[in-house]
Ligand binder design. Structure first.
Ligand code: BGC
Length: 724
């Protein structure tokens, strides 16, 4: 099932529907608000990879002006959900062709006025967006239709655009503005065509440029307006190219543009689709995940995927480890170009990572927890607030979450292994790995008594327990990073690339230090009960249940971790931590250790990060328990349909879409329930389907082949076809 529906209109649904009915193409996202909505309803035409800071507020992604604004007035009053209760209202997303529609019926005088619209993000020309808006009345009605660009846009941490200039070129409205901090130019363009042949009166004022049409509606006649719009920033001759593109689109007509877009989606679904038979809810859920992953695929090496996709300024539009660990595998399997962008974005971010390490007094690279352009760290020391008092809470996510480096290295290894594209190593990849490892080697502390190196004072994936020593996840991921560095050096040395020789010649001292730490790095092992202690002293904490700890909250939005949180002195953790280690390094421990750790940690985990469920789903599958895995899959895969997720954390709005969950759900199916494993050109799979599934089908790009994998209740079939 490719349809997501919502009927009825309530103000309380605006935020969730904004996410549910999001459209995008990796260059921008456009929230699923309605045509007449404004910044009050959080309309956001959110741009990827361009950020701005106002004063001391958070530096966040920028929203462009809204070119789809359209409203009908009757006798000077808006016929809109903003001031009238509609008689009927429905919104729908057709994931098959990335199209969002709405249908609303209003009582106006003695008539029924029906307003419908649809919109889609151009997948072939990333700057463009299109909409069709049509309406009809059961009785004669004299109305005013206004459509154009609304420049009064939502900004979570302030207004980011200044020097707003308007111009008109042919039939196009054009607004130009610059970002406040870095003075980057952003241009929004819009024009309309109509079915009713009335020349509009154009008006610019009150933050809007509008085409006005006065229409004497004839009963049952359909009046249509088509909108051709777009946004551009930074690209050379961007404005001219956009103008050309939109003029061309206009001459082709809306339907042709729509058809071309449908073709794009059809081809995409063909290679990326996953079909689950037997469980329709699961099937729709995974399609929704894939829809969102396609809609946020990065469009260049300068961008990756923000943690809330392009659904707005939540989490500042920044990129977290979610992109590498949870999202990348989808692209590795279906869209190598986007996978490469994800890797190259981090290589480009080395600049920011070197600066961050230096800031904290270390050599090497320390990647941002919340990465913006060029790897700039957006995480602040006071990320959260107390919802009761509004007082800021000190967190150490920025300074101590050193595991981010290893996620990036883990991703690079997968990318190389899957694509054989060693060019990324020579285009800065090797340097990136080396500098990350150099940082790790210098971060490590030598414990003389034990003759070992320890990793002290960190925050692992479980963010509730800050500044802990020897977080098992972090230590093992550092070991992984060191091993990979030497693997790369070995590979590169054999090939004798001049770049590598040049690069390594003055790095001997650092390599020696890395070798030393690598050989004596402390790696926590399971205790007598088979449990890996999450960090030193974890077993000494109070063994309270999640329920007990939650009962201690004074406010439901109160932050549970950090220095004063109710979970801090207990073994209750935020998200998969040891569980994540066992999933990512699944060959390290035997299945009975995996099982014991799953059972131990699953009930002590609050799962409040949306990244927790997919890791538990995967581990439940690895220990051959698909029935326990299924609820985790459903929780994770339905998150952007149901909207059931943490909306606030420590007083901060953290809603939005969850591409990390989407990617995690995809991995859960492919590597969990279908037990897929890669062996160079070969694949193996197994059947671990829960009872609810009859079969699971998907395609995987394996170098120059495509594998068609079909897992049934008691069989696996892999059919190969040429990619080229
Ligand atoms: C999680 C992090 C995650 C971030 C963004 C936090 O709640 O603890 O692991 O990277 O959300 O998804």
């Amino acid at each position: 099932m490719y349809i997501i529906n919502h009927t009825g209109y309530s103000k309380d649904d605006i935020l969730r529907n904004g996410n549910r009915f999001l459209i995008g193409n990796g260059y921008y996202g456009y929230r699923g608000t309605l045509d007449e909505h404004t910044k009050d309803e959080m309309v956001q035409f959110n741009l990827n990879g361009i950020y701005d800071q106002v004063g001391d507020a958070d530096r966040e992604s920028i929203n462009a002006f809204n070119p789809l604004y359209t409203v009908i007035k009757y006798e000077g009053e808006e016929v809109s959900v903003r001031n009238l209760s509609p008689f009927k209202h429905e919104q729908q997303l057709d994931m098959k062709d990335g199209c969002v529609t709405r249908k609303t019926v209003f009582h106006v005088k003695d008539a029924l006025l029906t307003i419908e619209s649809e919109r889609f993000a151009d997948q072939n020309h990333k700057n463009s967006i299109y909409a069709k808006y049509w309406f009809q009345s059961t009785k004669p009605l004299e109305i005013d239709l206004s459509s154009g660009i609304d420049t009064l846009v939502y900004g979570a941490s302030g207004a980011h655009l200044k020097n707003v200039e308007f111009e008109q070129m042919d039939k196009f409205f054009i607004f130009k503005a610059t970002s406040k901090e870095k003075k980057k130019e952003i241009i929004v363009m819009e024009t309309c065509t109509t079915s009713f042949g009335i020349e509009p009166e154009n008006e610019v004022g009150d933050g809007k440029a509008l085409h006005h049409y006065h229409i004497k509606m004839v009963p049952d006649q359909i009046y249509v307006i088509y909108k051709f719009a777009g946004v551009v920033h930074e690209e050379e001759n961007g404005m001219e190219k956009l103008f050309f593109q939109l003029t061309r689109a206009m001459s082709l007509g809306y339907s042709v543009c729509h058809r071309q877009n449908r073709k794009y989606w059809a081809d995409k679904w063909d290679v990326s689709g996953v079909d689950i038979s037997g469980d329709q809810e699961a099937d729709t859920a995974i399609k929704n995940c894939i829809y969102h992953l396609i809609s946020v695929r990065p469009s260049s090496d300068k961008v990756s995927i923000p943690t809330r996709g392009l659904s707005g300024q939540i989490y500042k539009g920044a990129v977290f480890w979610d992109a590498e660990i949870f999202m990348l595998p989808f692209y590795l399997n279906t869209d190598i170009e986007s996978a490469r962008h994800i890797i190259k974005y981090r290589i480009g971010g080395l600049k920011g990572a070197l600066a961050k390490a230096k800031q904290y007094g270390y050599p090497g690279a320390f990647y941002a927890r919340e990465s913006q352009d060029e790897g700039f760290e957006a995480s602040s020391e006071y990320h959260l607030t107390d919802p009761e008092t509004g007082a800021p809470i000190r967190n150490y996510f920025r300074e101590k979450q050193i595991h981010i480096n290893s996620a990036i290295i883990y991703a690079l290894k997968q990318y190389l292994f899957r694509t054989d594209d060693v060019s990324v190593l020579l285009e800065g990849g090797l340097e990136m790995v080396f500098e990350c490892c150099r940082f790790y080697a210098n971060y490590a502390t030598y414990n003389e008594a034990m003759d070992r190196y320890e990793i002290q004072d960190v925050v692992g994936p479980d963010e509730y327990h800050e500044r802990v020593n020897n977080n098992a996840y972090t230590n093992y991921m550092i070991k992984f990073s060191f091993d990979f560095l030497f693997e790369c050096l070995r590979l590169s040395r054999g090939a004798d690339y001049p770049y590598v020789r040049e690069y390594m010649k003055d790095k001997t001292e650092s390599s020696d230090k890395i070798k030393e730490v690598r050989s004596k790095l402390y790696l926590p092992v399971p205790n007598a009960d088979g449990i890996i202690e999450q960090f030193d002293g974890y077993f000494k904490l109070e063994d309270a249940t999640v329920k007990d700890v939650k009962r201690r909250l004074k406010n439901p939005n109160e932050y549970m971790g950090g220095e004063t949180g109710v979970a801090t002195s207990t073994r209750v953790i935020k998200q998969a931590d040891v569980v994540a280690l066992l999933v990512l390094q699944r060959d390290l421990f035997p299945i009975d250790i995996m099982k014991k750790n799953y059972e131990y940690y699953v009930d002590r985990t609050e799962h409040s990060s949306s990244l927790s469920a997919p890791m538990h789903c995967l581990l439940a599958n690895l220990i051959d328990d698909p029935e326990s895995a299924l609820p985790f899959f459903m929780k994770s895969a339905t998150i952007d349909i149901t909207g059931v997720s943490n909306q606030y954390s420590g007083g901060i709005y953290v809603g939005g879409t969850h591409p990390g969950s989407s990617g995690g759900s995809y991995i859960s199916l492919v590597y969990g329930f279908a037990a897929l494993e890669h062996h160079g050109y070969q694949l193996s799979a197994d059947y671990r389907l829960p009872k609810a599934f009859n079969s699971l089908e998907f395609k995987i790009i394996v170098k120059d082949y495509i594998a068609n994998v079909k897992v049934r209740r008691n069989s696996v079939e892999i059919k190969w076809e040429d990619l080229l």
